[in-house]
Design a protein around this ligand. Sequence first.
Ligand SMILES: Cc1cc2nc3c(=O)[nH]c(=O)nc-3n(C[C@H](O)[C@H](O)[C@H](O)COP(=O)(O)O)c2cc1C
Length: 347
Amino acid sequence: MNEERKKEHVEICLTKKVNSHHNYWDNVRLFHNALPEVDKSEVNLKVNFLGKQLAAPLVISGMTGGYPEAKKINRNLAIACEKYQIALGVGSQRAALDKPKLEGTYTVIKDYDLPLRIANIGLPQLIQHDKNRALEKVRKCVEMIDANAIALHLNFLQEAIQPEGSTKAKGCLEIIRSIASELGVPLIIKETGAGISYEIAKSLASTKISAIEVGGLSGTSFATIESYRAKAQGDYIREKLGQTFREWGIPTPVSILEVKRACKDRIPIVGTGGIRNGLDAAKSIALGAQIAGIAGAVIREAVSSAEEVAEKVGIMIEELRTACFLCGTRDVADLSKQRVEMWYGHE
Ligand SMILES: Cc1cc2nc3c(=O)[nH]c(=O)nc-3n(C[C@H](O)[C@H](O)[C@H](O)COP(=O)(O)O)c2cc1C
């Protein structure tokens, strides 16, 4: 069932419009610097994230694994990430925990020289277990891909809509607290399209987590993806539910500001949710993210070929460099000191 679901998610992304109607990165503008006083070729995009050096402040966020075709997708992503020395996450490893013969669909990324490999598992799947069993599962995911960090994903919007969703949510913060203090590997808490608020970031900051990936509203809408799945199953109530909640969530730029205010630079932020290009990535860094994350923007390329993913990532890096140059910033840290204009509401 889980295998089918992961496959259907990708297929729906390829054949339907699954993004939120509005992309809030259009409400953010960087200030042009008419006298940059830096040569474009001098712009340095290297960043240190979770103790690893990335050649550019980018991660391809966890998407897939757990069914035979996913191996090719993860391989294509890994080849591009190796070429540009950026971070890569795999999708939820739940399927391989249940069926070890599926491990190869994730472990394929170990064949590539990546600066940062990120394992992945959903908090709704851990909440069913006691703390020790939950920690054991997390450790297995890390070991499986020899990960440098693990992302625990929060996806209660999706779980609330999908027909087979897990909506038990009591005790999540305590599970996070205990895993973060005992794991010994950096733990990233990651939303998947509905964002993280100031209050939740404050609670997370009271634990020993290493980063927050905001996964805000602007791009892939899992409410919409699940609405399409429900429709295919003839489940009219869930189909409508998914449509109603298509625009649910905290817009990514707002979520970055919320988390930054709550964590006061103590916890690095990954700006994910609706990033389409290197200019959006630059905006996310100017608002307070250390690195930007992409998922939906590369799924079509990932299914097709490593060359297409690499071309997309290469363009994004060039756009990021151009944004830095036109802001007059020498490096990524400088970008975070830039003036940013942001407005609410749509035109
Ligand atoms: C096809 C697909 C599958 C995904 N599967 C996972 C997953 O298994 N685990 C996870 O943490 N996030 C998953 N995500 C969420 C992304 O990592 C990301 O948080 C979200 O799509 C928002 O980014 P975007 O707007 O750039 O797509 C998936 C996204 C897509 C498009």
